[in-house]
Design a protein around this ligand. Structure first.
Ligand code: ADP
Length: 476
């Protein structure tokens, strides 16, 4: 065995040691990535394992703060066992950031050029956040001769830099070791970036949760306020209305025509206010999950006929026609009869309100699994882009204000219609060919969805259905 062979064996052995260290460092990095999602903990552990696994004196992680355009010190390895030296290093890093524009610093250059830089002088990597004297002292105390700055790159962008300091000379560091540091920094960069994104996401999620909770509290307060205010308003308004009615009926003496006209206007205004309060109370009960549906099998045709009879005087006095599907005799649905009565009255009342010529036609289509009611009028019509606004709170549309102010109305009617119909498992919608071309309001009701599969409702049985609050809040 000659000298060359011995030399070769020694080199091979050193390369093997390097590879072994690289494997060890990679394995430890994987352990860190799998072990924590916490950004600060991950940064500290990454700073610790590099010198530990590779036998360097210490390492420092600096990360880019995009907003402040600075490189910010994030972690120093805890490998320096001598407390005094450690304190000296920490204390001497007085300013904890370096402006990204300071290109005399090799870390900044490593980030800009996405290249590794090597220097025997620690000041080249830490200045000006450390003075030249301090950096010399630290090097002397630790015996470090070589410092390497390797950029942490993620998808071709440098997000920070890893500094390692070692006690060997520049000629003793192999290309493999430098390459290994580059690879290690790449993986550490990806891990840190993911952790930073996770931290941001978690912060956003926490903020959203807090905002949501605050909103829920405010919403509850608003509901309670509305309920109390409405209750408190309803009683005095009812008293005012009854006194106005008594005066109108000449119970307090004869009135001249002007007085009568003004009194009737005041009565109409009071009635509108009472309607508004009642609608608000209904909605508020709904939103507080206090509405119950008493589901009962009902003959829909009979219910509609009964309601239409109540509108005859009104339509006759307006000179418009009101007709109902002759073929509708017995169509049964499982509904809350009183709420459905409310819904149909509301829709027909609107149709009468917005129709001056022609008339209103109500039909019922009995389909296999559902029943569809159509209330078609030849009235003022609706601009199609306005249709989606109708079923929301105060969903009045611009062109209706004059009519509504003459005829009354709260802008809450269709919202309540929707709450009721959807609460019974149905759907409500409107169609119109445009202004002046009439409108049609549709209600589709399931025939059986309220029942469990196989379950039958006896004609006189009553079912109570509570509507979950989420269903209601999603409507507003
Ligand atoms: P309001 O009590 O003000 O009538 P609604 O919620 O019942 O409130 O109706 C909201 C708006 O929908 C009305 O102001 C009107 O603009 C429009 N609308 C409702 N029904 C009709 C209809 N049959 N024809 C034309 N517009 C209608």
């Amino acid at each position: 065995m000659n000298n060359n062979t011995v030399q070769l064996k020694e080199n091979e052995l050193l390369a093997l040691v390097d590879k072994n260290r690289a494997l060890d460092a990679t394995y430890k990095l994987i352990e860190i990535i799998l072990g924590t999602n916490d950004f600060d903990e991950m940064a500290q552990k990454i700073a610790d394992i590099i010198p530990m696994a590779l036998g360097y004196e210490f390492s420092i992680l600096w990360l880019v703060d995009e907003q402040r355009q600075k490189l910010v010190k994030t972690a120093i390895s805890q490998t320096i066992k001598d407390e005094n030296v450690m304190r000296k290093l920490k204390d001497s890093l007085r300013s904890k950031s370096i402006a990204l524009g300071y290109e005399d610093n090799l870390c900044i250059r490593a980030i800009k050029d996405k290249k590794q830089y090597v220097s025997g002088n620690l000041f080249d990597l830490l200045g000006p956040s450390v003075t030249l004297e301090d950096s010399k002292d630290i090097q002397a105390l630790l015996g470090t001769k070589l410092n390497i700055a390797t950029p942490l790159t993620v998808r071709d962008k440098a997000i920070g830099v890893l500094i390692v300091s070692m006690s060997k000379n520049a000629d003793k560091i192999s290309d493999f070791e430098k390459e290994m540091l580059r690879k290690f920094s790449e993986n550490a960069g990806i891990a840190l970036e993911n952790s930073r994104l996770y931290k941001n996401l978690k912060e956003v999620k926490d903020d959203l949760n807090e905002a949501y909770e605050n909103l829920m509290v405010l919403n509850k307060m608003k509901d309670e306020f509305l309920t109390v205010a409405s209750h408190e308003l309803r009683t005095p308004m009812t008293i005012v209305k009854s006194y106005l009615w008594m005066m109108d009926q000449h119970k307090t003496g004869k009135l001249n025509n002007k007085q009568k006209e003004y009194l009737q206007k005041a009565e109409r205004g009071t009635q509108r206010m009472i309607d508004l309060i009642n609608d608000m109370l209904n909605i508020s009960r709904f939103e507080q999950d206090k509405v119950e549906f008493k589901i009962i099998q009902t003959n829909l045709c009979e219910l509609i006929k009964e309601i239409l009879t109540g509108f005859e005087i009104k339509t006759k006095s307006k000179g418009i026609n009101l007709s109902f599907d002759e073929e509708c005799l017995d169509v049964f649905v499982d509904i809350d009869k009183e709420k459905m009565r409310n819904v149909i009255i509301n829709l027909i009342d609107n149709a009468v309100k917005f129709t001056d010529n022609g008339g209103i036609k109500v039909t019922v289509e009995n389909e296999e699994d559902k029943v569809v009611i159509q209330i078609k009028d030849s009235g003022s019509g609706i601009n199609p882009p306005d249709i989606p606004k109708l079923f929301h709170k105060f969903g009045r549309i611009d062109n209706s204000y004059t009519i509504a102010s003459d005829t009354g109305g709260t802008g809450l009617g269709l919202y309540i219609v929707r709450l009721y119909v959807e609460g019974m498992g149905g759907k409500v919608w409107a169609t119109s060919d445009g202004i002046g071309k009439g409108s049609t309001f549709w209600i589709s009701l399931p025939k059986t969805t309220i029942l469990k599969p196989g379950e039958k409702i006896e004609s006189d049985s009553v079912k109570t259905l509570r509507v979950p609050i989420q269903q209601i809040t999603s409507l507003s």
